[in-house]
Design a protein around this ligand. Sequence first.
Ligand code: FES
Length: 107
Amino acid sequence: MADVHIPHPLPEGTVEGNGAYAVGNNGDHFAVTRRCRHLRADLANGSIDDDGCLVCPWHKAKYDTATGRMVRGPQEPFNKYPGLSWAFTQLTKVWPLGRANVVVDEG
Ligand code: FES
């Protein structure tokens, strides 16, 4: 697994971009590849919900940052299509977001 270096710890509940990764702190630092598996929104612009999941900024799919799997599929307007959420959650069981180790380089 690759390492992503950050210069200082991130405040809990924040997400930012770092090269190809969305790096955040949901109690622990995490780094996942930053393109949503749905329509490639930049997950570095996402948010962290009360469950500690990374939420896509476009259609609010939720990701488990430990596994890279989508645990809730795209919401409005895509939640009107039966099976779509299930299909994406199944897809990310075999094609999860990439993950990397976060290394805090503070001196
Ligand atoms: S692009 Fe992420 S849920 Fe649609």
